[in-house]
Structure formats: C-alpha cells, structure tokens
Design a protein around this ligand. Structure first.
Ligand SMILES: NC(=O)C1=CN([C@@H]2O[C@H](COP(=O)(O)OP(=O)(O)OC[C@H]3O[C@@H](n4cnc5c(N)ncnc54)[C@H](OP(=O)(O)O)[C@@H]3O)[C@@H](O)[C@H]2O)C=CC1
Ligand SMILES: O=C(O)[C@@H]1CCC=N1
Length: 271
C-alpha cells in the first residue's frame, strides 16, 4: 500500500485526506494544533506534527498549508527528502518554479480544487508534467471533475473557481435577503433559490449558447424580470462581478510573488 501525506490538514487538507483514503492510500496528515490532529485522526489518517517525517515516509505529498506558511514549512524539511517524491501543492499563487527551487528532484504539480469537494463536486485545475499525471488526476477525480490547464491560468482559476463558492454564496445570501424583504420565510427562500441555482446551471449547460440568450428567454417586455435586471444595471452588479474576479486573481499573483521572494531570500540565500 502506498503512503500519501497531507501537510497542513485544514479545510482543504482534510478533504485531500478523505480523497487519499478513498483511493486506498495509507494517509499521514500533519497539523500544528491538537484540534487539527484529532479531526484527521477521526477520518482514519495517522496524524503527526513532524512534516519531515511525513515526507520521508510517503510516495506522494500534498501541500495544503496557507501560502504564507509555506516558507516555514519548507525550512522544516531537509531538501534531500524531496528527491523521488511526487508533490502536489494546492496553495494559491505559489508557482511551480518556486516549488521546484525548494523540492529539487521531486515531480511537482499544482492543483486548485474548491470546497465543493465536500460533496464530491470540486472543479479542480491541475498543472505540471511527469509520469504521475494520471495518478494525480485520479486523486482529484475522486473529489469531482478535473481540468488540465497551463500554469498561466492558475491565478484566474483560483479566483473564479477556487474562491468562486464564496462569491456564489454571497450572491445567494443577497437573493435570499431580497425574498425575505419581500415577505417570504427565509427557509423557503433558501431552499428554493438553491434549486433554482442548480436548475439554471443545468439549463445553461444544456443551452450551450451565450448566457444572455437564456436571460432574454426569461425577460418579458414590460414584465417582472426587466425591472430586476434594470436594478442590477443601476447597481453595477456585472461590473462588480468583473472586478471581483480581477481583484481576487491579482491577489493570487501577488501572493505568488511574495512567497517566491521569501523563498529566494530565506531558503536559497539570494537577495
Ligand atoms: N479553502 C479553500 O476553499 C481552498 C484553499 N486552497 C488552498 O489550500 C490551502 C489551505 O487552505 P485552507 O484549508 O483553507 O486553510 P486552513 O487554515 O484550514 O488549513 C491550513 C492548515 O495548515 C496547517 N499548518 C500550518 N502550518 C503548518 C505547519 N508548519 N505544519 C503543519 N501544518 C501546518 C494548519 O494547522 P493548525 O490548524 O493546526 O494550525 C491548518 O490546519 C491554502 O494554501 C489555500 O490557498 C485551495 C483551494 C480552495
Ligand atoms: O482564499 C484563499 O486564498 C483560498 C484560495 C482559493 C480559495 N480559498
């Protein structure tokens, strides 16, 4: 049985632990706090604090600490331990080039799943090269669907798909509040808006054309929809959504640069 380690078994790391277990790996997970360790133990993984030992014992290593914690994590693992390992980072922004600087001799991939992995509906982008490609793909397929993309798509993917569930949740909350404000009980509004969201996604997928065509099919002249659309235009909802993704994507590349600079300075000794 092969061993997979998950360094940083938090929100996403725990889902990676579940994926590893479901694929038949022996899983070693790391964390700092008792709470994190207890949670992954409950999932059926071995839980430890020693990252170096976890890497040493595994064939496949997933890195799921926050990007800001990566330099500290990297410092705690002797470089020679990475040789021959397959490593998958899910950290936002941190580039393959930066990871390879730290993990010379490893086969390195980046993946960007989303929290919908909790219901096996993650939409995961993966980038990287090497013979482990199929193995990496099948791990993430156990959490939903996968797309292989070039690395220059990863920052915008992180914004659109990684952070996307937060943006959609915010929109859902706004719609529900609108219904409550118009007299509908909250529970009814919430459950019906989720069904409508699912139905709209299926409808758009089936339609295959541009989403504005579906919008126009709903919009009766002088009817109800056009009044709502006008309010959206007046409040700049579309512009706000464009800026949401742009801004979030800029942050991903900013994080990537910051971590790269820290790795160069603190681990490679470059100025
Ligand atoms: N949340 C999301 O929807 C997504 C997140 N990501 C990426 O996943 C990564 C993790 O995010 P998320 O799961 O939300 O964050 P969490 O804070 O939930 O998880 C990070 C975990 O890392 C652990 N950790 C930190 N430093 C160390 C260390 N030195 N050794 C061992 N464990 C350590 C923390 O342990 P402890 O709690 O014990 O301190 C924590 O459990 C990020 O890089 C993020 O960019 C990617 C896609 C989606
Ligand atoms: O907010 C973040 O930085 C992470 C990356 C994608 C989702 N959550």
């Amino acid at each position: 049985m092969e061993t997979l380690s998950v360094l940083g078994a938090g929100t996403i790391g725990s889902l990676l632990v579940k994926a590893g277990l479901s694929q038949g790996y022996r899983v070693v997970a790391t964390g700092r706090s008792e709470r994190t360790l207890l949670r992954v133990k409950g999932l059926g993984a071995e839980a430890i604090t020693d990252n170096a030992s976890a890497v040493m014992r595994s064939d496949l290593v997933m890195i799921s600490v926050k990007p800001q914690h990566f330099p500290e994590l990297a410092k705690s693992i002797p470089r020679e331990l990475w040789r021959g390992k397959t490593v998958i980072s899910v950290m936002a922004g941190v580039r393959l080039d930066t990871l390879r600087k730290v993990m010379g001799g490893a086969q390195v991939f980046r993946a960007m799943p989303n929290v919908n992995a909790v219901v096996n509906m993650s939409t995961t982008a993966i980038t990287g090269e090497g013979e482990a490609k199929e193995l990496v793909d099948s791990l993430f397929r156990s959490l939903g669907v996968t797309y292989w993309v070039s690395e220059d798509m990863m920052d915008v993917w992180t914004a659109l798909i990684g952070s996307g569930p937060a943006f959609i949740s915010e929109i859902v909350d706004g719609l529900v509040l609108g219904a409550v404000s118009s007299g509908m009980p909250r529970d009814l509004a919430y459950s019906s808006v989720l069904d409508m969201l699912k139905g709209t996604a299926e409808n758009l997928k089936n339609h295959k054309g541009h989403p504005v065509e579906v919008r126009d099919n709903v919009t009766t002249p002088a009817g109800t929809t056009i009044r709502g659309l006008k309010a959206m235009e007046e409040r700049g909802v579309k512009a706000a959504l464009i800026e949401t993704v742009e801004s979030s994507s800029r942050r991903a590349s900013e994080l990537g640069k910051l971590i790269d600079e820290r790795i160069r300075r603190e681990l490679i000794g470059e100025d």
